[in-house]
Design a binder for this molecule. Sequence first.
Ligand SMILES: *Cc1c(COP(=O)(O)O)cnc(C)c1O
Length: 406
Amino acid sequence: MLLTEAQQIEAQCYCTLYTRTPLMLTRGEGMSVWDDQERRYLDFCSGGRAVNALGHCHPKVVEAIRRQAGVLIHTSNDYYTEPQVRLAALLTAHCACTRVFWCNSGAEAIEAAIKLARKHGKRDSADRVEIVTALKSFHGRTIGAITATGQPKYQQGFAPLVPGFSHVPFNDLAAMDAAITDRTCAVILEPVQGESGVYPATPAYLQGVRALCDARGAVLILDEVQTGLGRTGKLFAYEHYGIEPDILTLSKAIGGGMPFGAMLAKEAVASAFQPGDHATTFGGSPLSAAAALAAVSAIIEDHLPEQAATIGTQLRDRLTALQAQQPLVTGSRVCGCMAAVDLAAPIAAAVKADAQERGLLILTVGDNMLRLLPALICTPAQVDEAIAIVAQAIAAAADTLTATPA
Ligand SMILES: *Cc1c(COP(=O)(O)O)cnc(C)c1O
């Protein structure tokens, strides 16, 4: 099928929700994807949005899916299946939160976390139902998750939202101190704000919020849907901070590309859930769980968090050097395999399009920021190749800026 035909069908048949890149991808392997013209691209988005931590079609994940697809694709949570149970044992052995609920996406993991936090809060008092989250956060697109998300643009047009939520500036401990009351059941934070531009929590902030939650009887929910499973250079981002969450959400990387998610909780909080309180048809499905078991095993056994940390060091060096020679680059933030580049002019879309022409896929945040999310298997040569292309694309955009009459 040609790209033009796909675009025509989209125009006729789809809800108008996505602003797609005019590119039809047909296959992927490792750090590369190919389009319908057999052009190769270096994928610095990890399959769009930080999903393919192991790159595209990792042999262990492909093999696990093949094997499981021939045996049992789906059955419900009324029964036991081995991939799901093995995954639970593996993940909880490596996580501060030792009870798990499987779901299919990041937003579903957040929904489960909200329900558990409220059920737990009510063990203390019927009023303990309120939730504090950060401005510029991103927690997903269901009605509960957009209420938690501290960005008006995601909430616009969907009122009434879920009652009981408030938002405070990120990395502002005094604001959090003022927001947590004896009606607060939970605080939800990303250890590194991902979608809004790779903004890490400071250690003092996250440790301070942990102490406030402990002092006031609220649970700390860390949304590690994007940061979890090695991307920041540790298996979980909370390990950088010397604190532990009461509830942790995972998705994106966990399924090796299959739709999968998890909400994990400490025993003392998880015990608030009783049989029937929450459930899902597809969560933990054997096919997805087999893929997730292969993906999580590979991330741990192949020491990919350490590799992500090494890539992060190289990315930081290269982006600092780029800033020194390109005045349009005004800053950068790097956290393992998450990086953002601030631009002095609204050229992000032009840079992204130009990078694509040069064989590199990247992401933008707004008009003035680029985001790079390479897979954890990325090589030093691929980092250099990507940064060279980004530098060329920014230089090309700079030329059009100066060429455009004011
Ligand atoms: C992507 C993301 C989500 C939402 O995940 P979906 O699978 O799209 O529902 C939630 N939280 C964070 C931190 C994310 O990056």
